[in-house]
Design a binder for this molecule. Structure first.
Ligand SMILES: NC(=O)C1=CN([C@@H]2O[C@H](COP(=O)(O)OP(=O)(O)OC[C@H]3O[C@@H](n4cnc5c(N)ncnc54)[C@H](OP(=O)(O)O)[C@@H]3O)[C@@H](O)[C@H]2O)C=CC1
Ligand SMILES: N[C@@H](CC(=O)OP(=O)(O)O)C(=O)O
Length: 364
């Protein structure tokens, strides 16, 4: 088991896709992390061999941290990361790192559907880390340290936090209709062309609606002892929850907003005031970690909040904002959610997941 030192950060970590939108957020967060120290950075062959400050088209509002300015960016190959205890990934192809027996905390979509790979939103389902031992044992050859743990799509992340809070308080949610207004940064850099997004809304994001609809079931589901051992998530048990998503790209830089309407299995359903209280009181079932928000959900009382420009840095982007909780004349209750797509929707989630894995003794 790796040790947390009170003397300062000692756990060496690497970042794949370090020059990209998510990679830059990782670097900003890791530069001052109490446990993790950046040891290796990887990007494409375009960037490899250059100092980070020359390779990255830095788009953060704080300067490039001095700890990485002169770090030479590597090709994304496991041998350059062999001394890292943790690899954070903003890269689609990160399976080779698991095969090299490295623990990978991935933002990419590729492994999310794998029944042996946990899909974890740290404010919701860190209990799913129990899957990791089985994933290691089933790998050919079996792994001692390596695994892949994915975090969710950034829009799914914002949705499942309030849904989990509602299910914890009131039992199963039966149906959910969600309409997203997603920031441009969700598409990476340079993202959507300016002539497509300025003065406009684009009512399509490839693959996004499907991800919201199935990822939600896996995240809110339970780990079950299936036919082949502890391998599957109990998606069947989630069948009563039906999710319908409509996704839109809007001219906002950071912060995915969405309107959510739910129907509860429980009749009569909770009132909007009970829903407000349950959301504000929600505490994730996770150990206390340095990067976790003190409050997972902030409930706004003002009629015109949350708003991306005002609320996306709630808890340094690690918390979720909810507002306009009200009765729905068709289903039961409707509300607005805002989550920072590059923070809790990406890098912050991976970092909290890694902190939980350290505390649970999974990293060694
Ligand atoms: N942006 C967001 O809000 C979210 C993104 N994600 C996911 O995170 C991942 C990264 O997204 P994002 O940072 O936005 O993307 P960007 O396009 O901004 O960055 C891509 C990064 O990957 C590197 N890269 C590209 N191709 C290769 C390659 N062939 N080999 C090695 N490195 C490569 C790039 O390096 P170089 O600079 O050298 O080209 C760059 O560092 C994606 O899977 C995305 O879906 C998940 C949640 C939210
Ligand atoms: N597709 C999301 C970003 C994201 O999270 O993607 P993925 O599910 O591939 O990680 C967006 O454009 O806003």
């Amino acid at each position: 088991m790796c040790k947390i030192s009170s003397e300062g950060p000692t756990i060496k970590v690497g970042v794949l896709g370090a020059t990209g939108t998510v990679g830059q957020r990782f670097i900003t967060l890791l530069a001052n992390h109490p446990w993790f120290i950046i040891h290796a950075l990887g990007a494409s062959s375009r960037s490899a061999g250059k100092p980070y400050s020359k390779a990255a088209n830095w788009k953060q509002s704080t300067p490039i941290p001095s700890i990485v300015r002169d770090t030479i960016v590597q090709e994304c190959q496991p041998e350059h990361f062999k001394d890292c205890l943790i690899v954070f990934s903003g890269l689609d192809a990160d399976g080779a790192f698991r095969s090299a027996d490295l623990p990978v905390f991935s933002n990419a979509k590729n492994y999310r559907r794998d029944p042996h790979v946990p899909l974890v939103v740290p404010l919701v389902n860190t209990a799913h880390l129990v899957m990791i031992a089985q994933q290691q044992a089933r790998h050919d050859p079996p792994l001692k340290k390596g695994f892949i743990l994915t975090n969710a799509n950034c829009a799914t992340t914002g949705l499942v936090v309030p849904l989990r809070a509602l299910e914890k308080a009131f039992g199963p949610v039966e149906s959910c209709i969600v309409t997203t207004m997603q920031a441009i940064s969700g598409a990476g850099y340079p993202g959507v062309p300016s002539l497509d997004i300025i003065d406009n809304v684009v009512p399509f994001i490839s693959g996004e609606e499907e991800k919201l609809e199935w990822e939600t079931l896996k995240i809110l589901g339970n780990v079950v002892d299936g036919d082949n051992g502890l391998e599957a998530f109990d998606m069947r048990a989630r069948q009563p929850l039906r999710v319908s998503a409509s996704c839109n790209r809007v001219p906002v830089i950071d912060g995915h907003m969405m309107t959510v309407t739910v129907r509860f299995a429980r009749r009569p359903p909770p009132s909007p005031q009970q829903v407000r209280e349950a959301l504000a009181a929600y505490t994730p079932d996770a150990p206390a970690c340095p990067s976790a928000p003190v409050h997972a959900i902030f409930v706004h009382e003002e009629a015109d909040r949350p708003q991306p420009r005002l609320d996306r840095y709630y808890q340094d982007g690690a918390g979720v904002s909810v507002g306009r909780v009200r009765q729905c004349p068709v289903l039961d209750v409707k509300f607005v959610v805002l989550a920072n797509n590059v923070s809790i929707g990406a890098a912050t989630s991976s970092i909290i997941n890694a902190e939980v894995a350290v505390l649970k003794g999974i990293i060694h």
